[in-house]
Design a protein around this ligand. Sequence first.
Ligand code: NAI
Length: 377
Amino acid sequence: MVGGGQGAYIGNIHRLASRLDGAWTLVAGAFDVDPDKGRDFALSQGIDADRSYGSYLDLIEGEKNRADRVDAVAICTPNFTHYPIAKALIEAGFDVICEKPLTATLEDAIALEALTQNSGRFVGVTYTYSGYPMVHEARVRIANGEIGKVRTVQVEYPLEWMATAIEQQGNAQAAWRTDPKKNGRGGSIGDIGTHAYHLAGFVTGLKLESLTADLATFVEGRALDDNAHVMMRYEGGARGLLWSSQVALGNSNGVRLRVFGESGSYQWFQEQPNELVYTPLNGRVQIIKRGADDLSEDAKLRTRTPPGHPEGYLEAFANLYAGFAEAIRARADGREPSPLGQNVPLAYDGLKGVAFVEAVVDSAESDTPVWLKPLAV
Ligand code: NAI
């Protein structure tokens, strides 16, 4: 692991989730931008002293010639560091599991995706919400035509934790997220809008054609947007509306997806992730629960506990890690991955996410619609 040291947020989620199925063992790390803190943290995690590194470059040097070298490296650092770290790892022959957004700039995302293709390395991207079993259930049902042709997609990711200028009061996570050099050009849209964009495309299979966006910065002195509204046109005529906000009081982590087709609709809310709400044309509202016997295989194989014993965020994240492990093993065995290793987010999905952010910012700055195609995705 690179990043995710003492006090960091997502690194710990990676550590917990990657261990859930026994597919991964954390054996080496450069956990902190401060080399001493990183080494101390590694030791506190039970990592051998000779694999407790001060920097990602030391990690590469230390691991590349070992017989038991690491299989993959998880990048859990702020956005602007993803590209140089991933590039160095791929060039040294390591597989990579990278946090979203894939990079802070479109230029870097295009270069990283090309490097991935040319090197044959595996690059998975942790779009968390595509790990949930009931999200897979919705995806399978929509692909099977159960709500007919999709007409509209409403997706939102509201948060409240940045409703005041906490970046000016010592909050390290908010500080880099509001710095264009470290976060990229999109504030809320880059940080969480990317999740919403991926979730909508993942579940519906729709490809985005063009968008019109409005960005706002409500907290005084903030350099990036903290609220985004995006109107979207998908290939084939479907329409979408995406809202991301870091200032939406009352929302701890309110990811919500609603898909409306010709003959029914699905709704999923991440704070009630074990349920998918289905409404057929002229029918009653139905709640489909995780663990039910008649769910798709795709949902079942991403489920660990019986119905009524709630699963959530860590299990969804673990499903991504299980899928990455299966994809990497399949490549080593020269076979197709089992369904668990399919439909996992890859570098190309990461590139699309960064292109989406660029298009949103371009549209908002120019007050005009933006077509996605020229952005290389
Ligand atoms: P954070 O600020 O809490 O932690 C960043 C960590 O990276 C710190 O330990 C820092 O010392 C370390 N670091 C920075 N530069 C480094 C370098 N060059 N080498 C080694 N370590 C370095 O950040 P947070 O919130 O954990 O976000 C990290 C990444 O995860 C971001 O890209 C963010 O967008 C993403 N993220 C993804 C989530 C998801 O649901 N998939 C949720 C939250 C964050």
